[in-house]
Design a protein around this ligand. Structure first.
Ligand SMILES: Nc1ncnc2c1ncn2[C@@H]1O[C@H](COP(=O)(O)OP(=O)(O)O)[C@@H](O)[C@H]1O
Ligand SMILES: [Mg+2]
Length: 302
């Protein structure tokens, strides 16, 4: 039986929300954007390759884990790898997959073999099951991914990986260049690093990853109820440029004050409105930001 991925996810998978509630997984707008892009690549018969530059907490890891889970739990001989920047992030991503399995209707649960590592093996003791697995690893661990072949890879928060180039050089060889394979690289920006190099190459068509940018205001929940607001000049420009409402501006103010140490440049990096802003906001840029902004002809507010 072939099951449409979105239908499988929305009918059978559950997630834990930011308020620790377990709810059925209904895709939000940023997730639909990624889903549609992957669907297009798949329908074109291409290997699925996406690099995502994003604001924080949009739901990209959750959707990627769900897609990997569906592909692994419904097909034989599939290896999926999930790599995060540090152990607690790896555990967090692994817990999403564990929850998908726990909450899956009994009749859809494949046989699983117990495992001590951070992996779910869909198989039975005699090796007569699916022989598929989801394996979670931390970037920087010894020989990560070197002994495996993966059909699906999720590389999470790549800007926070130390030795990102060496690790990626090893991992990307582990995925065959075949239509039914998937690699998703996602990160928030952290200045001029290897993730930015990959992003720029994707934008210039110098690699086969399709770039996907997602601004903070694309997530409906980044809003705060508010009364009348007196907007600053910068806020008025933002509002006009991206067609924002006052509740979004109120949320931006709250987030800058409370989550970004009152530093608007931190907000621009963690919650960018456009790719240029995401990378330029970081203090590591060695060029004059105003000159760069005027050269690329994009108005950015400092
Ligand atoms: N469609 C959704 N509906 C409600 N909550 C969601 C949805 N997708 C993700 N979340 C929640 O949002 C939080 C951030 O998701 P995550 O996938 O880690 O985001 P990202 O990888 O973009 O930073 C998680 O707590 C997750 O459970
Ligand atoms: Mg993530």
């Amino acid at each position: 039986m072939i099951i449409n991925t979105k239908k499988y996810i929305e009918e059978f998978l559950k997630i834990k929300t930011k308020d620790s509630e377990i709810i059925p997984f209904k895709l939000n707008k940023p997730q639909l954007k990624l889903y549609d892009l992957l669907k297009r690549q798949s329908e074109a018969g291409k290997p699925q390759r996406v690099i995502i530059l994003k604001a924080r907490q949009m739901g990209f890891s959750t959707l990627t884990e769900a897609i990997l889970f569906k592909r692994t739990a419904t097909k034989a001989n599939v290896n999926s790898g999930i790599i995060a920047h540090k152990d607690d992030a790896t555990t967090n991503l692994f817990n999403m997959s564990k929850l998908f399995l726990e909450e899956l209707p009994e009749q859809l649960k494949p046989k699983t073999k117990a495992s001590n590592a951070k992996e779910i093996i869909f198989d039975d003791r005699d090796g007569n099951g699916l022989r598929s697995k989801v394996k979670c690893m931390t970037a920087g661990g010894d020989g990560i991914g070197r002994s495996d072949t993966f059909q699906n890879l999720h590389l999470s928060e790549v800007s926070s990986w130390t030795h990102a180039k060496e690790i990626l050089d090893g991992l990307l060889q582990a995925v065959p260049n075949k239509p039914n394979t998937l690699i998703i690289i996602e990160s928030t920006a952290k200045g001029y690093d290897y993730f930015k190099e990959l992003w720029d190459k994707a934008c210039d068509g110098e690699n086969d990853f399709e770039p996907l940018f997602c601004a903070w205001w694309e997530l409906d929940e980044y809003r705060l109820p508010c009364g009348e607001l007196e907007l600053t000049e910068e806020e008025q420009e933002l509002k006009a440029l991206y067609n924002l409402d006052n509740e979004q501006i109120a949320w931006r103010r709250w987030c800058i004050r409370n989550n970004c140490g009152n530093d608007v440049n931190t907000f621009k990096q963690e919650y960018p409105s456009c790719p240029e802003e995401a990378f330029l906001a970081s203090g590591e840029c060695i060029f004059d930001k105003d000159i760069i902004v005027s050269q690329i002809g994009f108005h950015i507010f400092f």
